[in-house]
Design a protein around this ligand. Sequence first.
Ligand code: ZN
Length: 324
Amino acid sequence: MRIIAIEEHFITPLYREKVGANEYRNFYLSSRSQVMGHDIMEQNLDLGAKRLAHMDAHGVDMQVLSFGSPGPQGFGADVAVPMARDANDRLSQAIQKHPARFAGFAALPTADPKAAVDELERCVTQLGFKGAMLHSHQQGEFLDAKKYWPIWERAEKLGVPVYLHPALPHPQVVKAYFDGYEELARAPWGFAVDTSCHFLRLLFSGLFDAYPKLKIILGHLGEGLPFAMHRLNDHSLHAAKRRGLKKQPIEYLRENLLVTTSGNWFEPAFVCTLLALGADNILFAIDWPYESNQTGMEFFRKLSLSDADKEKIAHRNAERLLRL
Ligand code: ZN
C-alpha cells in the first residue's frame, strides 16, 4: 500500500542560525532525540540520502515536506521574507531530485501578508507545491485578523489546502497558563490548545462563509476538536447565528477541516476522530523528525480498519486533496 506522510519537517541553515535557543528548547530537543534514536536537528537539516534511508527502512513512500515550526513566522518581515524564499527554493530543489519521494507545502512570511500571498502563488504555480503550512500566530497575532485574509483567499483560488500547524502558544497564554510548567507549553498540551483555538477563531470569524471551498488541515488527530465537536456546537449555535454565520459550527468542521494522524499514536483517539469526521477526512502523517517513522508505521498497520478506509488514509485522500 502506498504510504504518503504529509506533516514531515525540515529546517534550513539560515533558520538554525537565527532561531532563539533557550534552555527548555535545548533540553526538549536533546531528550526527545534520545527517545527517538536519531538527532532531530541533524535529520531536520537533511533533504536527501539520510531522510530517504529512514523512510525506506519503514515503508514511507512519500513525504509532503514543510518547514519546521515556527519557521519564518517567528520573525519580522526583514528576516521572514528571505527565509521563506530560501526554504521554498531548497525544498523545490529536493523535490526536483526526488519527485516520486517528496512534495512540498510552502513556508510563508506572514509578517508581510502581501509577500506571503505572492510567495504562495509562486510556490504553487511555479514550484508545483501542494499548499502551504502556517505555524499558528504571527508573533502573537492570530490569522483571523482581516489583514491576513488575502492569504486564505489566494489558497482557495489556487485550490490548495493550508495546514495549520502548532507553534508555541500566544505569549500571554504561555505566561498565564504555563509559567513554571514550560514542559507543558509545547507538544504535550500547549500546541493543541493554541492550534484548536486558532482554528475556532478562523471558523467564528466567518472565514469559511467568505471562502467556502477553503480546506484547512490540522495535525495530531485534529488537536482535540473531534472529541469536543458536539459540546462546541451545542453551546455556540446561537452565538454563531448572532455573528451572522451561514451554517452551524459543526458543519464547517465537517466541510472545511481535514485532520492527520501525526504524532498521536492512541487508538481510542483515532476511533473518536474516525467516527466524528469519517475516513475521507483523515490523512496519514508522522511528524518526522519529532516522531519516529517506525512508531507511526506500526501504529497505522495495526489499526482495525477496512482495507478501503486504510487505503484512503494511507494515500487516496492525499492524492485527491493534494493532486499527487
Ligand atoms: Zn509537526
